[in-house]
Design a protein. Structure first.
Length: 202
């Protein structure tokens, strides 16, 4: 009986040392919760990207923000007033692609200017579909996931758009929401959505 008592007390002692060390490790972790005092009034952040100079850019429920390491700055264009942005993507030309509910345009982080693609039926269809995510694959194709029209491919050369839809009988009754497109190391593309996963057929 005395042996078990000593064994139990030893376990309690060792467990106490473990908890003490764990607490010592945790106390060195430091988190900063940015807020309105830093120039960021929102707590809902939809997307983030980083440009070639190191600035962080965020899409929030109230717009588009740049973080320089200490403060946030709000960027807004009169033509984009009232847009509900959902995603952002930085390319090699320092353009930040912005998309959301009824919105699709660019912001150049070098010149601090907004620009818009030429208006046409395909662009209106894309804006109506709602942009969920951007993805640039290994062949330099830009894929756009949408909220209610599956996905499409953007052509950089002429700003044309090709829309895609999975060919299965079940799709007709499923959700057209595509959250994102990813590429695996073997260069296969996958679309991930509310109604399952779709593998692109070469």
């Amino acid at each position: 009986m005395q042996f078990y008592k000593r064994y139990f007390l030893s376990c309690i002692f060792l467990f106490g040392i473990y908890l003490s060390n764990a607490q010592n490790d945790i106390k060195y972790l430091r988190f900063i919760n940015f807020g309105s005092k830093d120039g960021l009034p929102d707590k809902i952040i939809y997307a983030a990207t980083q440009d070639s100079t190191g600035f962080m850019w965020f899409v929030t429920s109230s717009g588009f923000y740049r973080f320089d390491g200490s403060q946030f700055r709000h960027y807004r264009d009169n033509k984009s007033s009232g847009d509900l942005l959902q995603t952002c993507f930085h390319d090699k030309n320092n353009n930040i692609w912005l998309g959301g509910l009824n919105s699709f345009y660019w912001f150049n982080s070098t010149t601090n200017t907004f620009s818009y693609p030429p208006s046409n039926d395909d662009l209106n269809r894309l804006k109506h579909a709602g942009v969920n995510n951007f993805f640039r694959d290994s062949k330099n194709h830009l894929w756009i996931s949408t909220i209610n029209n599956y996905w499409c491919k953007w052509n950089d050369a002429d700003s044309s758009i090709i829309f895609f839809k999975p060919f299965t009988n079940e799709v007709e009754y499923g959700s057209p929401v595509i959250l994102k497109i990813i590429e695996t190391p073997n260069h296969r593309l996958w679309a991930i959505g509310y109604y399952g996963i779709f593998l692109f057929d070469d």
